[in-house]
Write a protein that binds this ligand. Structure first.
Ligand code: SF4
Length: 370
């Protein structure tokens, strides 16, 4: 826990929160995520952006972002949700996990309020998304669980304009706030970082079980479109046995239609002692997934035509051929059926694909709260 910087926060960035309760020993417990931080006055939780102030839990990063960018939706990654369309992406600071391999550590482990340089209220963000022709807004770069109130208000403002909301998350959240959060989301990519409690404990300082609960909750209790990402780290979570268990669990508990993206690791943050993931491991992971009944298994962070292609599970035809974030071929009807055999491809398809391509367009938003 830390007590830094709670006295000089910008006006409007500190808002009350709902998920906490007082403890008998005088501390308060945050009930938002399974860490359940117990805080004295003036202390911040592990996520850094939630803190105890005047006896209550508050969010200290409302309306403040680490920056906005229009990305391809494929970059989230979401391959079955409005393919080819642009998505206005942003994050804040902090994270409720502590992954040693974090690829966004400059944001997620930030202790600098300067990281949160862009000020933007929910209406500003929805308006910017509309202005740039975005079909959705994504909460990404760090985990939206920790800026719950801000993310929900942004999603509400977007819905009023017909713009969807996308969560890119580790799924580490308690049941009650989870239910509220996903009522406002349209799609999610959830990181399933490994399939052992040991990995979650040793590498992320977290637990696997709540993440599996979140995955089952999204799939069974909501209409949110779900895809999964697993970053394969050589020697840590890429054994055949673990991949067998993980993919069998996904197919059995979530069904065959939830896509999995097996993503290549590159050395980062506090994990510089592992080599990059060889492409052969991504290939093997996809093979195992498909053998276990997962219909859509992809390779990420590499150029791999086959690993980036969506195949029809009815006739094995290529449906969507991609190169990284670019769509090269499209063989679906406007409502997502195979043009060859008519089998429906799982996902959210509305008309022809977008043409955003691999572009990344930074967007400045300094309009203040609304
Ligand atoms: S959301 Fe933050 S403060 Fe709350 S329990 Fe999780 S890490 Fe702790």
């Amino acid at each position: 826990m830390t007590t830094t910087g709670l006295t000089d926060l910008p006006a409007g960035s500190v808002v009350p929160t709902r998920y906490w309760h007082p403890l008998a020993d005088g501390r308060v417990q945050c009930d938002l995520c399974p860490r359940e931080c117990k805080l004295g006055e003036g202390q911040r939780g592990l996520c850094f952006v939630r803190a105890r102030l005047d006896g209550k839990m508050v969010l200290t990063s409302y309306g403040r972002s680490s920056g906005f960018c229009v990305d391809p939706i494929e970059k989230k990654p979401l391959h079955h949700f409005l393919p080819g369309t642009p998505v206005l992406s942003f994050g804040t600071a902090g994270c409720n996990l502590a992954c040693r391999f974090c690829q966004n550590w400059d944001i997620s482990k930030s202790r600098e309020t300067a990281t949160l340089s862009d000020i933007a209220g929910p209406e500003d963000i929805a308006a910017a998304a509309a202005e740039h022709g975005c079909r959705s807004v994504a909460f990404t770069y760090n985990d939206p669980v920790i800026f719950h109130e801000y993310a929900i208000d942004v999603a509400r403002a977007c819905r009023r304009r017909g713009i969807r909301a996308v969560a890119v998350t580790a799924g580490y959240v308690n049941p009650e706030p989870r239910a509220e959060f996903y009522r406002h989301m349209d799609a999610a990519n959830v990181d399933l970082k490994a399939f052992t409690e040991k990995f979650y404990h040793d590498v992320c300082a977290a637990r696997l079980a709540p993440v599996l609960e979140t995955l089952e909750y999204i799939r069974r209790e909501t209409r949110v479109w779900l895809e999964i990402t697993t970053l394969l780290i050589p020697g840590l979570n890429d054994s055949d046995d673990e991949l067998e268990q993980l993919t069998r669990w996904v197919a059995d508990r979530l069904g065959p239609d939830v896509p999995i993206h097996f993503s290549a690791f590159h050395p980062d943050w506090r994990m510089l002692d592992r080599p990059p993931t060889p492409p052969a491991i991504l290939f093997r992971a996809r093979q195992i997934a498909r053998a276990n009944g997962v219909r859509y298994a992809y390779a990420g962070n590499v150029h791999d035509r086959d690993g980036d292609t969506t195949f029809c599970h009815g006739c094995e035809a290529e449906l969507v051929v991609r190169d990284w974030y670019r769509i090269l071929e499209w063989h679906l009807t406007d409502d997502g059926h195979c043009q060859r055999c008519g089998t429906r491809c799982a996902g959210v398809f509305e008309g022809p694909p977008g043409h955003w391509g691999p572009r990344r367009l930074p967007v400045a938003l300094h309009t203040g709260h609304s």
